[in-house]
Design a protein around this ligand. Structure first.
Ligand code: FPP
Length: 249
């Protein structure tokens, strides 16, 4: 029986972030090249998005291409960019029909023109929707956005527009590429790797982590339900002790 009915929608995470890992190993297991794995990874994206919609998740952020991924073999990088363009252009109408808002985080200026154009068209097409926010992390790294934010703040201090003492949590958050987006409560990483790999370092300060052995192309709706149930079984203390949490409820 599906795990979906066990999920309490009232306490489900508003924002889930996923490090989709294991496409290469999955392809290798099938005796195929790495791009074969990435292609099958798209089906896992579809499944995950549907499951997130069923649960009532408001934001789903997917780590699709990191700044470090440029160092992969050229054939793989070109194939991934091509896959992104094909997937976005092929899926945008269906995503629009299901009320999805598409956006991205990361240094999209550094992406190939065809990719930028396809993304812009998808943002424009879906911007007035009211359903789940599908956020693609593209040419993204947390260190990149933290350095960029630090420089912006330093410039404001230097020009006298703000005082040094005004720099706080909210100001930092407003300078990140996730400004306006609530922090993820749940971070999932597939493929048995227990690392964060330069993803949303500021935003996951209080996130719960769910690591699974499942390789990304094998990730199905039930795997997302399982991760959400795991999250719902945890006590989130935000630096307090259990007794204080009980008193506040
Ligand atoms: C990590 O697996 C996966 C990526 C770097 C790319 C993710 C891309 C997709 C799932 C397809 C397109 C996505 C969208 C949103 C349209 P890996 O290659 O590092 O796997 P490995 O660790 O087994 O080598």
């Amino acid at each position: 029986m599906s795990l979906l009915h066990k999920i309490n929608r009232d306490t489900a995470p508003r924002h889930i972030a996923i490090i989709m890992d294991g496409n290469g190993r999955w392809a290798q297991q099938q005796g195929e090249d790495r791009l074969f794995g990435h292609n099958f990874g798209v089906e896992a994206v579809r499944e995950t998005l549907k499951a997130a919609q069923e649960i009532g998740v408001e934001y789903l952020t997917l780590y699709a291409f990191s700044t470090e991924n440029w160092n992969r073999p050229k054939e793989e990088v070109d194939g991934l960019m091509d896959l992104l363009v094909r997937t976005i252009s092929g899926e945008v109408e269906e995503l629009h029909e299901s009320n999805v808002i598409i956006s991205s985080i990361g240094d999209t200026e550094g992406l190939p023109t065809s990719c930028k154009e396809e993304l812009e068209a998808a943002f424009e097409r879906t911007k007035n929707n009211t359903g789940i926010n599908l956020i693609l992390a593209l040419n993204y790294s947390a260190k990149w956005e933290l350095i960029r934010a630090t420089k912006q703040i330093a410039r404001l201090v230097k020009s006298g527009e703000i005082e040094l003492d005004q720099v706080d949590d909210d100001m930092m958050a407003s300078m990140l590429s996730t400004r306006g987006i609530p922090d993820p409560e749940l971070l999932i990483r597939t493929s048995g790797e227990n690392r964060v790999s330069n993803f949303l370092l500021w935003q996951i300060a209080y996130a719960e982590f769910h690591f699974t052995e499942v390789l990304w192309p094998d990730f199905k709706r039930e795997h997302l339900y399982k991760a959400v149930l795991d999250y719902q079984s945890r006590e989130r203390r935000f630096g307090l002790v259990s007794a204080q949490l009980e008193k506040n409820t």
